[in-house]
Design a protein around this ligand. Structure first.
Ligand code: ADP
Length: 680
């Protein structure tokens, strides 16, 4: 928090600033004195200059008067003439202020997060280091050439200040810019070991004569802990490592082993140049590593985000599929009594007008049932709960059957429906119900999007080991753009003149999924709007003899024969559904009794001794599965057990079989399905 009370003379400084300046002043003077006693002449490394630069970078350039004052004090203690002290103090103030200003100008981040921060810092240190020796030499020149006496040249002075800024300045800035950090115990141990090794190698290199005997190879050994710092310990500790090795290095040259043949000034200069060069290389090296680590951290974070999003999308997709399954199931339930009542009406007959109305309702209801089935299939395929029941089939039979079932609609719509089918069989190992479903989808679409007077042709041929089925129409066609997206789910094209579309846009998507599940492919072709369309399905022909069962496709409509009369118990809590079904059965000559729950189911079976029990699974008291088990196991029921559910999932069917059911029917059911499960 910035204090607002001001000192009258220094108008723009708060008390806090003054306090900072006082601390800075004390630290500078102390460091200058300790530094100059430690790094005696001719060393020109001057750690107080690093404190000055770091303080202005982090605390603000406005703190500069503290540096000038402290520098003056320092020079006073070292006994420099007053004018020289004045010049040098101004020089140190300028060095820190200009450096801090340039860094701010370059957008320098004191935590050295990017490579460019390190570049900026080195560049500024390189230039700013010239200020002190230049002004210093000017003053010395004016005073009469003191420099030669202490063996300092402009260049060695510059090297000293540059090394000071580079090594001591950077470590102060980095450590004080972000003071808090955490390390695990293992990491602390590694850091301590690295420092121990570094101190050891530094001592040997700079304090002893090993370099004289060991030569270049020892310098390589000295580099190892530095590489360790860069690769494993990061920017913070690499900077500290250089500060430590530099202190050991320079004091070593001053106080340690001294070879006879080289002057102290020269040895100091070469060591400082060596340290500065090494620092430049390693600092850039560690910056690259940091930036890489940062990039990979960001990438990992992004990956986590993307993974989270993906999971969310998957969860939403799953929820959508479940919703679709429940939605279509819930709609099937109320449809059940409608379908059976319709069957009832059909059987009762009536005048021509009534028959026509019944036909229209029947047609619409069938469309709804088909759409619900498609929806359920799509959601089951997406949930991977869908299984094909493959058999060895002749695809020609299915095509013929499908065409036959579409003939009437084609006639009503004034469309010519032709089929071109080869004479020899085309065998597939495929699910006949699904092959029929996709063919029906394609032919229905072709008829739906073709006006009266048009033509729909279905061709079947064998080609390169595939059965190729083409459904071609002379209808409204598909635009080039839409052709690419035609198999996307819920896609419906705009047809200006067609206002009513009885689809959901899932027919083609489901067809494609079914074809792919059979190992085949589907392609849509059209020359554009108004030119008709063609859908080509390729399904791999069966190659070898097979163990798969051979059967003719499920007939679309069962023949209407009066069956042998049976006694049937219908158990369903939905009274209207139960009664509609019962009446249908009665009309066929069967005897019917009713039950509304599990308890009644058991009682009625005891009283009525039915041959067939049709049992709804979702009963109010116990589940139909439990009732079935009781009937079979406790009451020894030997008749036919038929399960009735809204779900047509494979696991439901399996559960029904396990509970002792003979058949499993999915609501809504009509006469055909009922007949198929009643005993002959
Ligand atoms: P829908 O239930 O709407 O028919 P489909 O998935 O079967 O859904 O078809 C998607 C869209 O593709 C349809 O809305 C229609 O615009 C277009 N389409 C499908 N078949 C044909 C065809 N034979 N001719 C022209 N357009 C077609």
């Amino acid at each position: 928090m910035r204090m607002t009370s001001r000192i009258p003379i220094l108008n723009s400084y708060t008390r806090r600033d003054v306090a900072h300046m006082a601390i800075l002043y004390a630290m500078y003077v102390a460091t200058a004195l300790i530094g100059s006693s430690l790094f005696t002449a001719p060393a020109v490394v001057f750690p107080a200059a690093a404190i000055a630069l770091a303080a202005l970078v982090l605390g603000g350039i406005h703190l500069w008067p503290a540096i000038v004052a402290a520098s003056l004090t320092g020079n006073f203690f070292s006994g420099a003439p007053f004018d020289t002290a004045l010049f040098l103090s101004a020089a140190h103030g300028m060095h820190a202020a200009a450096g801090a200003y340039a860094l701010r100008f370059l957008g320098f981040d004191p935590v050295f997060r990017r490579i460019r921060d390190m570049f900026a810092y080195m560049f500024v240190a390189f230039i700013a280091a010239a200020i002190v020796p230049s002004i210093g030499f000017l003053s010395l020149y004016l005073n009469g050439g003191l420099s030669n006496a202490i063996g300092v040249t402009w260049f060695s002075w510059w090297v000293g200040i540059f090394l000071t800024d580079l090594i001591f300045g950077s470590v102060l800035i980095r450590w004080f810019a972000k003071r808090d950090f955490t390390r695990t115990r293992k990491e602390v141990l590694e850091i301590l070991s690295a420092f121990l090794v570094l101190i050891g190698t530094s001592y040997i290199l700079y304090w002893t004569d090993t370099t004289q005997s060991g030569g270049a190879s020892y310098i390589l050994l000295y580099l190892l802990p530095l590489v360790w710092f860069v690769l494993r310990l990061g920017m913070r500790f690499t900077l500290l490592a250089f500060a430590v090795t530099s202190v050991i290095g320079i004091t070593g040259i001053l106080y340690g082993f001294r070879p006879e043949n080289i002057s102290l000034g020269l040895r100091l200069l070469t060591t400082e140049i060596f340290l500065a060069t090494l620092a430049v290389i390693f600092f850039l090296f560690v910056s690259v590593m940091e930036e890489r680590a940062r990039a990979s951290r960001q990438l990992t974070a992004q990956l986590h985000r993307v993974r989270g999003l993906l999971q969310k999308v998957q969860a939403e997709d799953q929820a959508k599929n479940e919703f679709l399954a429940i939605f279509s199931h819930e709609l099937r339930n109320p449809l059940a009594p409608i379908v059976s009542s319709l069957e009832l009406l059909k059987l009762r007959g009536g005048d021509a007008e009534t028959q026509q109305i019944i036909d229209v309702v029947d047609d619409r209801v069938r469309t709804i049932v088909r759409l619900l089935d498609d929806l359920l299939d799509i959601s089951r395929i997406s949930q991977k709960k869908f299984q094909l029941r493959r058999e060895r089939i002749d695809v020609r039979t299915i095509v013929e059957k499908t065409i036959r079932s579409c003939k009437e609609t084609a006639k009503k719509r004034g469309i010519d429906l032709d089929a071109f089918i080869p004479a020899s069989p085309l065998l597939l190992d495929a699910d006949p119900v699904r092959i029929e479903q996709m063919l029906l989808n394609l032919i229905s679409n072709a008829m739906k999007y073709t006006d009266s007077g048009g033509r729909v042709s279905v061709r079947v041929a064998a080609e390169d080991g595939d059965a190729v089925i083409s459904v071609h129409d002379t209808g409204i066609g598909i635009s080039r753009d839409m052709l690419k997206r035609i198999f996307e789910p819920f896609l419906q094209l705009e047809h200006r003149e067609r206002t009513v579309n009885e689809g959901l846009g899932i027919g083609l998507s489901l067809t494609e999924k079914l074809v792919l599940m059979h190992g085949g492919s589907i392609e849509a072709r059209s020359e554009g709007i108004g030119t008709g369309s063609e859908f080509i399905v390729r399904l791999p022909l069966a190659e070898t003899p097979t163990d798969l069962p051979t059967s003719s496709p499920v007939p679309l409509l069962m023949e209407k024969t009066i069956a042998q009369p049976h006694s049937v118990l219908v158990v369903d809590d939905n009274v209207s559904a139960a009664q509609a079904l019962g009446k249908l059965l009665e009309l066929q000559g069967h005897r019917v009794a009713y039950g509304g729950n599990g308890k009644e189911a058991l009682e009625k079976t005891r009283e009525f001794s039915p041959e067939v029990v049709v049992l709804d699974i979702g009963l109010p008291d116990v589940s139909g599965y439990e009732v079935a088990e009781k009937l079979r196991n406790d009451m020894g029921f030997r008749g036919t057990l038929v399960a009735l559910t809204g779900y047509g999932q494979e696991e439901d069917k399996q559960r029904a079989r396990d509970a002792g059911f003979d058949h499993h029917l999915t609501k809504p059911i009509g006469l055909a399905q009922l007949r198929a499960v009643l005993p002959a």
